[in-house]
Write a protein that binds this ligand. Structure first.
Ligand SMILES: C[S@@+](CC[C@H](N)C(=O)[O-])C[C@H]1O[C@@H](n2cnc3c(N)ncnc32)[C@H](O)[C@@H]1O
Length: 199
């Protein structure tokens, strides 16, 4: 099977590079590598999410589900220095990059982990994700059901999904699963969705 950005251990040889993450509140350089998602540039969906989502809660556990090399996790950690950011990814190379990027930016309020390492009793004050649509619908639904189920009362998830990769059907599935879903932005083919808070 062809190599994928969600392989636990990418087989493709490493070739480090850098990308610039430019947001209204900061501009930083991040290290990227082959075998991780969007190594050539910060994904436009990720940018749309980080521009459209409101500031994260100042404290508590914040979840970046599928952190890749860490653009979302590092932004959350910088925007909420009093919170703990849980940056989760199944891809070991992505976790190594996210760890290195956080350290290079002097961010100490992150925990970069394999999702299986997280105590199921941990509750999150918010969830941010550019989710791995390409893992397939069933796996994606299972992953989102698991982690939205670990949101604290009153907390929301903020997701970005490309329209042509099924943003509207994902929103419909979340609604059918009992979550209020609101489209907060729609830009260049990407939808940013607010999921929750639970009724
Ligand atoms: C679309 S990429 C987004 C990466 C990064 N957040 C960004 O914005 O560049 C989705 C990420 O989810 C990861 N992933 C795939 N399956 C996962 C799972 N079951 N749990 C957590 N992360 C997963 C992939 O390895 C990939 O890094």
């Amino acid at each position: 099977m062809a190599a994928q950005y969600f392989d636990p251990d990418p087989a493709v040889a490493s070739r480090l590079g850098t990308v610039e993450l430019t947001l209204p509140d900061a501009r930083v350089e991040l290290t990227v590598d082959r075998g991780v998602f969007s190594a050539g540039r910060v994904d436009p969906g990720t940018l749309a999410l980080l521009r459209a989502a409101p500031d994260p809660p100042a404290a508590g556990n914040l979840l970046d589900l599928g952190c890749g090399y860490g653009p979302i996790a590092c932004t959350l950690a910088r925007r909420a220095p009093g919170a703990t950011v849980w940056a989760l990814d199944v891809n070991r190379r992505a976790r190594q990059l996210a760890t290195a990027n956080a350290a290079a930016l002097g961010l100490t309020n992150l925990r970069v982990l394999d999702p299986a390492e997280v105590d199921p009793g941990v509750r999150f004050a918010g969830l941010w994700s550019n989710p791995p649509i390409r893992i397939g619908k069933e796996a994606l639904h299972n992953m989102l059901a698991t982690w939205t189920g670990r949101l604290a009362p009153g907390a929301c998830a903020w997701l970005v999904v490309q329209r042509h990769l099924g943003a509207d059907s994902l929103a419909a599935w979340l609604t059918a699963s009992g979550w209020p879903v609101r489209r907060v932005a729609s830009k260049q083919g990407y939808r940013v969705l607010q999921v929750g808070p639970a009724r």
